[in-house]
Design a protein. Structure first.
Length: 313
């Protein structure tokens, strides 16, 4: 990035199998006071959306966060034993990023996720049949980019290991930076004739309002949220689709086209290349040895790319 410099420890991308090649050593310094973020100071709309319970520093670039994932989170399906939605894991890291703002140089503007990698173990996330699942996140902060002129933070990366009852079950890498502010002009999907939403079950959603996709003419898949109150939009901007929602749209598209259940998901990734409008963006899938790949197209350009890892059959 022109005019910026990078400092801090390097945090490697986590591939879709969830392994990190550059682990951060934990420090013996545990004198830091545990912090208790509030839903207001990390920018949430309601207390019910809060997943992060506490945060503490355990090293110069290392932190631990305690999370509680409610069984009846809006993203979760309603089963006797609930397997938590993978987007709850990603949202937990985003909330940690917001809580870590006090440990970073002042930012040059609102920093949002622009690249996400999530990998799950073969066993998947823990099942919950009670009220909530207690999860520990071990977090490494790295690749902090600051402007040379004024020292303001313009980008950074978090990597997180997820542990439940002492067992590691997932890992996530997230890069945060200033997002593209404007989406290209594109025709609205609402004006297209014959648009048809798939069922919630077909895309691994908990309820019909959570469906983010629709079939447009010629069988194209469009991002057409049935309800902008969907949890993945809580962190977004009103005029654009945030990275978490693009990730969910890719997950839904892969499940719809592959005919696999939501429990088959073992990895998700997305990279934003520009702003994705709320209307007029299309998702195109292709195959790869690691699983389906997706592109989000708007006004003739690629606005985002990503992938979905599935259990082998």
């Amino acid at each position: 990035m022109h005019g910026a410099t990078t400092c801090g420890t390097a945090a490697a991308d986590i591939p879709i199998d969830g392994r990190r090649t550059d682990p951060v050593r934990r420090s013996a310094d545990r004198e830091a006071v545990e912090e208790y973020p509030t839903w207001r100071n990390i920018g949430l709309a309601t207390m019910a959306a809060m997943l992060v319970v506490s945060l503490r520093r355990v090293g110069s670039h290392a932190f631990e966060a305690r999370c509680q994932w409610p069984r009846f989170h809006p993203l979760n399906e309603r089963n006797l034993a609930v397997s938590h939605h993978p987007l709850i894991m990603v949202e937990s890291v985003r909330q940690v990023a917001a809580a870590l703002a006090v440990h970073l140089p002042p930012s040059a503007g609102d920093l949002e996720p622009v690249s996400i990698r999530l990998g799950l173990s073969d066993g998947g996330p823990p099942l919950e049949s009670g009220d909530a699942t207690d999860v520990l996140l071990r977090i490494a902060l790295g690749d902090v980019e600051v402007e040379v002129e004024d020292g303001r933070c313009v980008a950074y990366r978090l990597t997180a290991d997820f542990l439940h009852a002492g067992e590691r079950f997932a890992a996530c890498a997230m890069r945060l930076a200033q997002p593209a502010l404007h989406a290209s002009e594109a025709p609205g999907t609402a004006s297209l004739p014959g648009i048809l939403h798939p069922s919630a079950a077909a895309v691994g959603a908990a309820a019909e309002p959570d469906v983010l996709l629709a079939r447009a003419p010629q069988g194209r898949m469009a991002i057409a949220p049935r309800d902008l109150g969907h949890p993945v939009f809580l962190a977004g901007r009103p005029s654009c689709v945030p990275a978490l929602a693009v990730l969910e749209a890719g997950r839904q598209a892969a499940l719809l086209c592959c005919g696999r259940p939501a429990s088959a998901i073992r990895g998700l990734s997305v990279d934003l290349h520009g702003a994705v409008p709320l209307s007029g963006a299309f998702v195109e899938l292709s195959s790869s040895p690691l699983g389906p790949r997706f592109e989000v197209l708007t006004a003739g350009r690629v606005a985002a790319t990503g992938g979905v890892g599935l259990l082998t059959t």
